[in-house]
Design a protein around this ligand. Structure first.
Ligand code: ADP
Ligand code: ADP
Length: 213
């Protein structure tokens, strides 16, 4: 069986790092709203009459892109997916409700990391523009010199946008995570360990849920 996995947690918790690995090891589709939105930063969403007219302006400020835009991205991606790992959605209670109408999840992973560690991770995060892979100036430096030299920083990984994203997480996403506490697939993971230790807990949690079902 190909599991349907949701990974949640604050910005910088390691969702991207771990879900890439989950997708590879379990042969699942990796559905990530952050990457989908970054490829559509300039999309005209003026018809929504929201604060800004493009997704990119919300993202650079560290604010959430309107639900209508992300709900549609996820609905379309789930439509064509068998097993998947979903990363970056839902980010508020309304999105959680929308997701509930789209699919039944087997595993819900909640990654926990302290705010101080998140700030260090996000301000040090660098991205390979060619592969989209995430690295870190201190914790995860690429071995290949060519990769190291082409790394860039995301526009929303500046200190100011990071603080705002963490506030948005506490106000909007934490209540959405609470809604999954009673889900039978819910597992909390200590995200403050090394990437390999986090992976090993995640792998055991997925196996436990899938074999136990
Ligand atoms: P992070 O790595 O900080 O968790 P993502 O790459 O998942 O960030 O998302 C980057 C930005 O894209 C968010 O700050 C937000 O502006 C936008 N975004 C991503 N997913 C969603 C979503 N589900 N709802 C609204 N906005 C989203
Ligand atoms: P998210 O998708 O939740 O925002 P990422 O996977 O992009 O998080 O990780 C944020 C940053 O922290 C990246 O620079 C990544 O290399 C680094 N990172 C991820 N997991 C760990 C970990 N367990 N320990 C230290 N740094 C990590």
């Amino acid at each position: 069986m190909e599991p349907k996995v949701l990974i949640m947690g604050p910005p910088g918790a390691g969702k991207g790092t771990q879900s890439t690995r989950i997708a590879e090891e379990y042969g699942l589709e990796h559905i990530t709203t952050g990457d989908a939105l970054r490829s559509n930063k300039e999309m005209d969403i003026s018809h929504l009459d929201a604060e800004y007219d493009t997704p990119g302006e919300f993202m650079d400020a560290g604010d959430l892109v309107p639900d209508a835009v992300v709900d549609a991205i996820v609905a379309e991606a789930l439509d064509s997916a068998g097993g998947f790992v979903l990363d970056g959605y839902p980010r508020n209670p309304d999105q959680a409700e929308a997701l509930d109408g789209m699919t039944d999840l087997d595993v819900v992973l909640a990654l926990n990391v302290s705010r101080a560690e998140l700030i260090d991770r996000l301000t040090g995060r660098r991205v390979d523009p060619e592969t989209g892979e995430n690295y870190h100036v201190e914790f995860d430096v690429p071995d290949d010199d060519a990769v190291r030299e082409r790394l860039v920083q995301r526009e929303d990984d500046t200190r100011e946008a990071v603080e705002n994203r963490l506030d948005v997480f506490e106000a909007e996403t934490e209540p959405a995570i609470q809604q999954y506490h009673d889900h039978e697939g819910y597992v909390e993971i200590d995200g403050e360990q090394s990437p390999d230790a986090v992976w090993s807990d995640i792998d055991a949690a997925i196996r436990g849920k899938v074999e136990g079902s």
